[in-house]
Design a protein. Structure first.
Length: 364
């Protein structure tokens, strides 16, 4: 490894911009809302990182396949979409569509604040749209999890009895689709008055996954056949259309994760400026820095079960999202479940590495 790549891989270089942006966000939070504003920004940033760590792990697995150019696009254009698109514009659009207000009027309504319990307020309207949001995001994440866990060609298993059994189920073509649709039908029946809305949003989430993931896979195979990929450090890197659709897939994935964060943030504050600073600038930046760190350091190849833990965390989040339509689920639960699963996978990876090291020493 040359000096340039070593410098780029240094943790300070990777997390430096996140630290700078966090300090700026805290200063803006202080100027906007004094010490209370700064504290809320810090709390929201920590909340976003805690509920999105599994997102970073899955992002890293996809990002490591992409060329250096597209990795930079993910960290520049991608962060702009994550901050301004999903953490600011998306909630405003939801409120606008729900109420018939223009984006400007919805923004003014958001700035007026108000309790989540008070009808007509920004927080109340956004919270009322939770069933549609949870159905879309939940089905997208459920498809992602099922596609992974049903993969019959995956040789490494963490929760062996369960994963081996589900891999056998995956020998049925497109098993994830009927299982997801069955889950959606049950969910819609539980939603009762909002059954139609939940069904439409859920199908939209499922189709979005199939479209984005399918196009990405199609172009990836096409480029490999045409020899239009880049070879770097012995690994094939995606470029062109395959990289673009992988990038698009990452953004939709980030959107699905951000739904829970945005709704959960309303329990802390309803101020859109504070939410944008905490979730967007601090949270999204650090999640992306963690993603880059995992890619540059090869962490997923060293701790092989982290990928498994992240996907199981995604499966758990998908279930919690759809369950939250009928039964309130505290945000702390969604955050802790992901952290516990990833931590367990990390510990399992360490135990596996030590066992293999002992076997190697004994053989030698």
């Amino acid at each position: 490894m040359n000096k340039t790549s070593s410098a780029e891989d240094h943790p300070l270089r990777i997390f430096g911009w996140s630290g700078v942006v966090s300090i700026i966000a805290l200063c803006v939070g202080f100027l906007y809302g004094s010490w209370t504003g700064a504290l809320l920004v810090l709390l929201l940033g920590a909340f976003e990182v805690s509920v999105s760590f599994d997102n970073a792990v899955v992002n890293a697995r996809i990002l490591e396949k992409m060329s250096e150019f597209w990795q930079k696009i993910f960290l520049t254009v991608g962060i702009a979409i994550a901050v301004f698109g999903m953490r600011i514009l998306f909630p405003i659009l939801i409120v606008g569509v729900t109420t018939g207000l223009s984006p400007v009027e919805a923004w003014e309504l958001a700035l007026r604040g108000g309790s989540i319990e008070t009808p007509g307020t920004y927080a109340y309207i956004l919270h009322a749209a939770h069933p549609q949001i949870a159905a879309f995001g939940g089905m997208f994440l459920l498809m992602l999890f099922l596609d992974w866990v049903f993969d019959p060609e995956r040789e490494l298993h963490w929760l062996q009895p369960i994963e081996k059994f589900l891999a056998k189920v995956g020998k049925l073509d497109n098993a994830a689709v009927p299982v997801s649709l069955l889950a959606l039908i049950i969910l819609a029946m539980e939603a009762k008055a909002q059954a139609a809305t939940v069904m439409i949003a859920g199908v939209a989430g499922l189709l979005t996954y199939l479209l984005v993931n399918g196009l990405g896979t199609f172009f990836e195979k096409r480029l490999e056949e045409d020899g239009e990929t880049q070879q770097k450090s012995g690994a094939i890197k995606l470029v062109g259309k395959a990289a673009f659709f992988s990038f698009l897939y990452l953004e939709v994935l980030d959107a699905s994760f951000s739904f829970d964060g945005v709704i959960g943030a309303l329990a802390i504050t309803t101020d859109p400026i504070i939410i944008a600073l905490g979730l967007g600038l601090i949270g999204a930046m650090f999640v992306r820095s963690i993603t880059v760190y995992l890619v540059r350091k090869g962490t997923l190849n060293e701790y092989v079960y982290l990928d498994h833990g992240a996907h199981w965390a995604i499966g758990a989040l998908a279930v919690l999202l759809v369950v939250s339509i009928a039964i309130p689920v505290p945000e702390v639960v969604t955050g802790l479940v992901g952290i516990v699963l990833i931590l367990a996978a990390f510990i399992s990876s360490i135990v596996r590495n030590r066992s293999e090291a002992k076997i190697t020493e004994t053989t030698e």
